[in-house]
Design a protein around this ligand. Structure first.
Ligand code: AMP
Ligand code: ZN
Length: 456
């Protein structure tokens, strides 16, 4: 099938042709693990999961390498660990686990690789070393800086003017950079902060160099697709390009893709505004598939407003599709039947998920009317194959209609179980785990208490 993607670099919809169809590479900037992720943060991983599925279906499951990183060292992590009085490792391990559980609840496949920033200090030092050698970076007392004036291409992704770029930069009092647009590659060690030895002085990495290093070490100097939210175009991706392309002398990514924001009451959902709803909380009240459907219900580049009605509509849409599948419960599936042309054409057109959904409804309508076994088999097979590409409709239809909203009761049982564990009453804790399992609920115990999720 033909796949067209909007490339932020050229601002045009282009036909996607991988550099090597036997090794298609995609990198998506992942979370900073110091807190729960909100449903806005889920938009990039869900959108790029659909692209991952599409690429796997086109080039073969083993031909696509998708890396999504964990940023496990940064200012926010350091201050949150201090606030909670725990080690950085404990903090980041906990939120890494929670993030993985959230991603699974949303029906995302595991990326091929999940590199961590702290696991790539060596590759970061190599890039910084070569930038210093080339005169593209300089050392100050507060760290190592990338010298933007030395990079004639700087600004090519965001297409910003010098003034606009300046408005997006922060200058801290202790910074000793030569130009306000210069950005930190390496931050000199400060007392009480984690630090690593490096040829240019002990310290820790800047955010942008982490991705440049994880990409080069895991995927190569030039990758096919680089993705993330629209807010990452500047400065993060502009700076990744500046570092990587200056060091490697090659383009960093052939296609740059950016998703629009998930909004709440007309504003970007974000921790700093405070209008966030956590994935973890939503997943207790709603099947993950409803959240996924909601996130895919607008084109990925368009803004999407998050509301309770959006979730209710998404639930109703899935009810409609599962109703059709339930009616065909005893009909065989032909594994050789693929998704219908119209569905593939919609996804191939820059991942037009709303149009792909419309094609699913069309199939369901036909299926509801059909009473010929051959036709039913074909329609059910098409529905399931198309659903698999979007990561939906793979559950048992009967179980779908059983999934309820008994959140209060589940919370009560989990709390009883925590109390039983605190009283070292292991038999009672086990019994309650069984009761919850019978309700389709899995309990996860952490040092700070227990969380739970629905499992299918
Ligand atoms: P952050 O935690 O802000 O670093 O964001 C992590 C990822 O989520 C980045 O790829 C952001 O672009 C993306 N993101 C954050 N907020 C939103 C939002 N409201 N809508 C869509 N994507 C978002
Ligand atoms: Zn990045």
């Amino acid at each position: 099938m033909d796949l067209y993607l909007t490339n932020t670099l050229t601002r045009a919809k282009e036909r996607f042709v991988p550099a090597n169809p036997k090794r298609v590479t995609m990198y998506v900037c992942g979370p900073t693990v110091y807190n729960y992720a909100h449903i806005g943060n889920a938009r990039p991983p869900v959108v790029f999961d659909v692209l991952f599925r599409l690429l796997r279906a086109t080039y073969g499951e083993n031909a696509v390498i998708y890396a999504r990183n964990f940023t496990d060292i940064d200012d926010r992590i350091i201050s949150r660990a201090a606030e909670l009085g725990e080690s950085i490792d404990t903090l980041t391990a906990r939120y890494t686990d929670i993030y993985r559980a959230d991603m699974a609840a949303l029906g995302n496949l595991k990326p091929t690789l999940e590199p961590t920033a702290t696991g790539h200090i060596g590759p970061m030092c190599e890039i910084i070393g070569s930038l210093l050698e080339k005169g593209a970076a300089y050392k100050g007392s507060s760290g190592v800086w990338f010298c933007v004036a030395e990079d004639a291409d700087y600004g090519k992704l965001s297409r910003r003017t010098q003034d606009e770029m300046l408005s997006g930069t922060r200058v801290e009092a202790e910074d000793d950079k030569k130009h306000p647009s210069d950005f930190a590659l390496w931050k000199a060690a400060k007392p009480g902060e984690p630090a690593w030895d490096a040829p240019f002085g002990r310290g820790r990495p800047g955010w942008h160099i982490e991705c440049s290093a994880m990409i080069r070490a895991n995927l190569g100097e030039t990758i096919d697709i680089h993705g993330g939210g629209i807010d990452l175009i500047f400065p993060h991706h502009e700076n990744e390009i500046a570092q990587s392309e200056t060091a490697n002398g090659k383009p960093l990514a052939r296609y740059w893709m950016h998703n629009g924001f998930l909004d709440m009451d007309g504003e970007k959902m974000s921790k700093s505004i405070g209008n966030v709803v956590l994935i973890n909380d939503l997943a207790k009240e709603w099947p993950g598939e409803v959240l996924r459907w909601a996130l895919l219900s607008a084109h990925y580049r368009a803004p999407l407003n998050f509301s309770r009605e959006l979730l209710e509509q998404s639930k109703a849409s899935l009810d409609r599709l599962y109703t059709a599948l339930r009616r065909l419960k005893d009909v065989e599936v032909d594994p050789d039947v693929g998704p219908p042309e119209a569905f593939l054409a919609a996804l191939g057109d820059d991942l037009n998920t709303p149009e792909a959904m419309a094609s699913l409804f069309g199939l369901a309508t036909e299926a509801n009317k059909s009473d010929k076994p051959n036709e039913q088999e074909l329609l059910k097979s098409k529905l399931l194959a198309a659903g698999a590409l979007m990561g939906v409709l793979q559950g048992d239809p009967d179980a779908w209609f059983r999934s309820g909203d008994n959140v209060d009761e589940i919370d009560r049982l989990v709390a009883e179980r925590v109390a039983a564990r605190q009283a070292k009453n292991w038999a009672e804790a086990d019994r309650l785990r069984q009761v919850l399992a019978g309700m389709g609920v899995e309990v996860m115990d952490n040092p700070g208490g227990s969380t739970w999720k629905r499992v299918n």
